[in-house]
Design a protein around this ligand. Structure first.
Ligand code: C2O
Ligand code: CU
Ligand code: CU
Length: 467
């Protein structure tokens, strides 16, 4: 006896629950004590089987974000699981060791439900491990933290509220949902007790639209070990890290020079956001009437406190080299280039090359040749940032240029981690970003879209076909 939940109404929490039928006991472990889906831990080279049962009152799918899997098990909207139905999926785990995730991907005739369903609680982390990574001896056990960042808004009774009704709805849909509380693994005010040792923080931005500017409270640089597609060739330092929705970052932080009693905070530092955010944050629009957020994009906010409670000597050292298996798609002078313009269509929604989501049945998808490499160029001449995601593969960022005004979004550039492999790249207003992708192994349909979930749900998504 579930009541249908409409966007804008306070929702109940929806959860992924999982039960292990077969495999090592650490395949499924809880994340925090809240709604976050369990951590799924897989080994590269294994075969993974899952039976997906939908007990929600509406269609859903389970998408394995970042994984190189065949199209029919990719959780695409063309293959929904209906209420009270089940689907079995199986695939070989071919991806590099890294942090990936899973979330719903339904899209009906009235638009997408990715934003709503993920917001209601359906998202969880997935880790792939392999021998080479294990041999590095990176911090593990309680020295490894998996952190899912999400922002939420609560009604009086601690019910989650999603996009409001009335005037605010259109604005929020255009900008993307922003909550007024930041949760880590589904909980507010997160803190961990730590020792004077190195830690590995593996962070997923599971928010609908918020971009975090990750920094340390004592001003130390961020030491990056890896990105969406696993470890970098060697650690790299950044003053801060810009983490857009769906992106992951793997950080090393060494507390061995700290003392018991110290507290190091991971925070999202302040940055200048765009015109629309400033408009919505201030004046009449800030009152909530127009969908204004109490915690506008670019607000400085603490995420996680690391409280040093004990002295311990760790033997872990930051390796000089990390991954030997990092291969980026080969780009030659004659590698084909495809251009995608990111923009809006007449205030109705977002589009790619002027076209909104048309489902799987249109004849003229982008067709890409199996086994080949292409360069895709995303040109953002809209006034909002767009974190662009491509299904089924990991790509390399091979170019980023500013060709127009950043329209307010300036302060994030120094924290864009473009090295390594990615499945989602942040394209700021006024930027042209090129990525190199190889379409290997599987023929068929995949998606590419903006991972601002409200943009995606609002049409900023297309299928492409590997043939
Ligand atoms: Cu997380 Cu289609 O994506
Ligand atoms: Cu995906
Ligand atoms: Cu977008």
């Amino acid at each position: 006896d579930t009541v249908p939940i409409l966007p804008g109404t306070p929702s109940e929490v929806w959860r992924y629950t999982a039960e292990l039928r077969n495999g090592p006991a650490d395949t499924i472990t809880p994340v925090g004590d809240s709604y976050t889906g369990p951590l799924i831990r897989l080994r590269r080279g294994q075969r993974f089987h899952a039976r997906l049962e939908n007990s929600l009152p509406e269609d859903t799918t389970v998408h394995w974000h970042g994984l190189h899997v065949p199209p029919d098990v990719d959780g695409q909207p063309r293959l929904p699981i209906k209420p009270d139905e089940a689907m079995t999926v199986a695939f070989d785990v071919r991806d590099r060791a890294g942090l990936y995730w899973y979330h719903p991907h339904p899209h009906g005739p009235d638009g997408g439900r990715v934003g709503f369903q993920s917001y209601a609680g359906l998202a969880g982390p997935l880790v792939i491990e392999d021998e080479a990574e294990r041999a590095l001896g990176l911090p593990a056990g309680d020295q490894e933290m998996i952190l899912v960042l999400q922002d939420r808004r609560f009604a009086g009774d601690n019910e989650l509220t999603y996009i409001g009704s009335g005037m605010g709805t259109m604005m929020t849909r255009m900008r993307g949902f922003l909550g007024d509380r930041i949760l880590v693994n589904g909980q507010p005010d997160s803190a961990r007790e730590v020792a004077t040792r190195p830690y590995r923080l593996r962070i997923l931005n599971g928010s609908n639209s918020r971009i975090y500017k990750l920094a340390w409270s004592d001003g130390r640089p961020m030491t990056v070990l890896g990105t969406d597609g696993g470890l970098l060739a060697a650690p790299r330092q950044y003053p801060f890290v810009a983490l857009a929705p769906a992106q992951r970052i793997d950080l090393w932080v060494d507390l061995s020079a700290n003392d018991p009693g110290d507290e190091l905070r991971l925070l999202s530092d302040s940055y200048q956001a765009g015109m629309m955010d400033n408009m919505m944050a201030g004046g009449m629009m800030g009152s909530g009437m127009m969908g204004g957020a109490d915690l506008p994009a670019g607000t400085r906010v603490p995420l996680l406190a690391l409280r040093v409670t004990r002295r311990e000597r760790g033997k872990e050292r930051l390796p000089e080299r990390l991954a030997e298996d990092l291969q980026t798609p080969p780009v030659e002078r004659d590698t084909p280039l495809r251009r995608f313009k990111l923009g809006m269509v007449m205030m109705r929604g977002f589009a790619i090359n002027g076209r909104r989501f048309e489902g799987a049945t249109v004849a003229d998808h982008e067709i890409v040749p199996l086994g080949h490499t292409e360069v895709w160029e995303f040109v953002n001449d809209s006034m909002m940032p767009h974190p662009m995601h491509v299904h089924g593969l990991q790509f390399a960022v091979v170019g980023r240029e500013q060709i127009g005004g950043r329209r307010g979004w300036s302060g994030l550039a120094a924290g864009l981690v473009d090295s390594g492999l990615h499945d989602t790249v942040l394209v700021l207003p006024g930027e042209r970003v090129r990525v190199a992708l190889t379409f290997a192994d599987f023929e068929g349909l995949y998606l590419y879209h903006c991972h601002n979930m409200e943009h995606e749900d609002n049409g900023m998504m297309r299928y492409y076909r590997v043939r």
